[in-house]
Design a protein around this ligand. Structure first.
Ligand code: NDP
Length: 703
């Protein structure tokens, strides 16, 4: 129910009359209230008279008086409506909030959300505030509104911090919300937008909670693991979280150092003992519950992911959260089936194996699929009875925090899944920690090597999901439109920021010209734009630094003689100038030595290469240090299997690209990684076998 000039302020909780006549009266009242808000926003309190309202609404002043009595009555009704709309929004958000911290956020978001926080509504509030002291009716509305906000805040904060601190923080939050509105209105809406206002309040709340948790910890109290205290400005270093589509700051988080990481490991060690003692079916039930919560919160989580990554909302709503939920469901189902085997050793003995958890394990995530990566790592780890400490990439740390809240809400014991925040240093504290038994990393090849070297000192197991420069091979008998669809999916989804992308598109000579022409036509219809717009297909790249890297490689492609078919530039139309947008780019006439063909770009850049024979293309496809993925398009299935069998890649597709069902193991060979995520294979990486020999007869001893 947006409160902007294009919409009405019809209040869904308002009393509903049933007769057509009553409905007409209601509609008239709503119209007059809306006109009043317009008038207050444009000409202020003094100029808003019954005659002015009547003139704007095209009715007689007598009719206005008939409905509302006098000006005071009309203003009170309008103010009440504004306050009620915020209350309704708050209730809607409460229904989705899984934790006290999320409910506090609901208050902030309901008051400062983009559907509310605009010039018209702000000016109307300002006009009311100016009169509150002089009009009893307005004062009543204001007092009720403030009381409701404070009591909501206090009761949720009390569940996180002591009573006195909760009272004072609630008052500060309320004051800041009012202050942000006031400054925005007084600066003629030059100084603030909804996103920055929400981010300011979020950072403030997190900062205060963090400080309180720290002083509580210093007093000997235990901070809640994996919870908001990880967020907030740190005295030494902090992480500024930026929306790459707008440059707006979303949050400021504290960096976790040795003390926090050690404390998290200790909590995990304690928690894991009880967690592993539960049956697989019990653990599976809790994971199922968490999956349900993820699905219920799909839209809110998708929006947060979109704001943090710049990926289109049409992707995050359809894929990022749901594929995480699917992963939880899949491993929840497998948890009860974890088992060893019985080994017959003849009549005097038998043996069996137990499949046991590793203990405390760590996940370190990349920034391209933050929530999905956190789920892909935590679901098998937890299903197998491990406790996990997860460090998201510093560019995209927000949804992992929500995942921790969801696990808690689902009933997982405290400490079983915790999030630590920070840069590579924090990652290193995990990889070098003697009590962590395994690291699962998604990141670049260089990071993979560093992690493996660090893990070697304490002989940790590692799963490494690293980079790629994957080949996508299109034979001339392939369905050309299907092959183009595959190439588009394999290059431009998530603005090309997908590890398994098939960025080296080998097209057999006879089909190449037609393929490139079809590509160009399909790309011309693709929409680059605001990631929050459901029509947008290509959003922003992750950061200004990454934008520079991608543009630099595009420039090298040109300089080295590749033929630019389309794109090749930053998109700066209108508001997109504030963000990191690059047009989908295709280079044709590429050759194997070019930088764009050898290096992982991780942006929307496709290189088309021509080939003649099957043998030739297999050799060229394999001529890379990477081995993450590969695709083959052909109608000759014998050839498809023959070629796939010779490609050095961990994950392959025939006549499709980049689909990753959770049932299939995913991972790379060569420099693209070690180990597998998803599928039953992941269970191997989060468990260890214990062999037990059982004697059934007296020992035949020589001594
Ligand atoms: P990075 O390797 O830069 O970072 C990955 C994570 O490792 C981050 O959380 C990072 O922290 C952390 N980290 C960095 N150095 C160390 C270290 N020495 N010890 C421990 N942790 C460390 O990758 P990006 O985040 O830039 O992600 C992009 C890369 O990830 C691409 O190469 C892409 O191909 C790959 N990727 C692979 C996938 C796969 O499944 N194979 C899937 C998705 C991406 P911080 O960021 O805070 O510095």
């Amino acid at each position: 129910m947006p409160l902007n000039s294009q919409s009405t302020i019809r209040d869904p909780t308002a009393r509903r009359n049933t007769s057509p006549r009553d409905e007409a009266e209601d509609a008239r009242r709503v119209q007059l209230i809306e006109v009043t808000i317009d008038s207050l926003a444009e000409v202020g309190f003094v100029g808003t008279t019954l005659a002015e309202i009547a003139g704007r609404a095209g009715v007689s002043p007598g009719l206005v008086a008939h409905y509302f009595g006098d000006k005071d009555g009309l203003l009170e009704a309008a103010f009440r409506t504004l306050a009620r709309v915020v209350a309704v929004r708050m209730r809607e958000r409460f229904a989705l909030a899984p934790s006290p911290r999320a409910r506090v956020q609901a208050v902030i978001d309901a008051n400062l959300g983009p559907e509310n926080f605009d010039r018209r509504t702000g000016n109307a509030w300002l006009a009311f505030w100016g009169q509150v002291l002089h009009f009893e009716g307005l004062k009543r509305v204001q007092t009720a509104y403030q009381r409701r906000m404070l009591s909501n805040l206090r009761s949720d904060l009390r569940r996180m911090i002591p009573g006195e601190a909760a009272r004072s923080l609630a008052a500060m939050i309320a004051a800041m919300i009012d202050g942000v509105w006031l400054r925005a209105a007084l600066s003629e809406w030059e100084e603030a937008d909804s996103e920055s206002a929400q981010a300011l309040l979020t950072a403030f709340v997190d900062g205060r909670l963090h400080e309180l948790a720290r002083s509580a910890a210093a007093d000997g109290a235990q901070a809640a693991p994996g919870s908001m205290p990880h967020r907030g400005p740190d005295s030494e270093r902090s992480i500024r979280v930026i929306n790459p589509a707008t440059g707006a700051q979303l949050a400021v988080l504290a960096v976790d150092g040795p003390a926090q990481v050690n404390a998290a490991v200790e909590r995990a060690r304690v928690a894991q003992k009880d967690w592993r003692a539960m049956t697989g079916a019990e653990r599976g039930r809790l994971l199922q519950r968490a999956a349900r919560l993820l699905r219920e919160q799909n839209d809110a989580l998708a929006e947060l992911e979109t704001r943090n990554t710049g990926k289109p909302i049409q992707e995050t709503r359809a894929v990022d959260v749901l594929s995480g939920a699917e992963c939880l469901e899949y491993f929840a189902g497998l948890a009860a089936g974890l088992a060893g085997e019985h080994i017959d050793l003849g009549p005097k003995a038998f043996g069996y194996t137990r499949r046991e958890p590793l203990g405390v394990v760590a996940g370190i995530g990349a920034w391209n699929y933050p929530l999905q990566i956190a789920c892909w790592k935590s679901a098998p780890a937890l299903a197998c009875g491990n406790a996990m400490i997860f460090k998201p990439a510093e560019l995209t740390p927000l949804t992992a925090i929500r995942l921790a809240e969801i696990y808690r809400e689902a009933g997982l014991p405290e400490g079983v899944f915790q999030v630590v925040q920070g840069f590579a240093d924090t990652g290193r504290l995990l990889t070098r920690h003697p009590d962590i038994r395994k690291i699962s990393l998604t990141g670049e090849v260089g990071t993979g090597k560093a992690v493996m070297a660090d893990a070697a000192a304490t002989l940790k197991q590692v799963t490494l999901e690293l980079g790629g420069k994957s080949p996508l091979i299109v034979f001339d008998d392939a369905n050309p439109e299907n092959a183009v669809s595959g190439a588009l999916l394999g290059n431009f989804y998530s603005a090309g920021e997908v590890c398994s992308n098939g960025t080296r598109v080998f097209v057999q000579r006879r089909l190449r010209a037609e393929f490139v022409e079809r590509l160009g036509a399909r790309i011309a219809a693709m929409r680059v734009g605001d990631p929050l717009d459901p029509a947008t297909q290509v959003g922003a790249l992750i950061s200004a630094e990454h934008l520079r890297k991608v543009l630099g490689l595009i420039a090298r492609g040109r300089a080295q003689g590749a033929r630019l078919v389309t794109g090749g530039e930053r998109v700066t139309t209108g508001a997109l100038a504030r963000g990191c947008f690059v047009a989908p780019t295709v280079f044709d006439a590429c050759h194997d030595g070019m930088d764009i063909v050898r290096q992982e770009i991780f942006g929307p850049v496709m290189s088309v290469l021509e080939f003649e024979s099957e043998e030739e293309v297999i050799a060229r496809a394999n001529a890379t240090e990477f081995g993450l993925a590969a695709g083959v398009f052909t109608n000759d299935l014998t050839r498809a299997h023959r070629v796939i069998a010779q490609l050095e890649a961990g994950t392959c597709w025939i006549n499709h690209y980049n689909v990753t069902p959770v049932e299939l193991p995913f991972g790379g060979v060569k420099m693209s990684g070690l180990g597998r995520e998803n599928g039953r294979a992941a269970l191997e990486h989060y468990t260890q076998l214990k062999s037990v020999y059982v004697a059934m007869a007296a020992i035949d001893s020589p001594y």
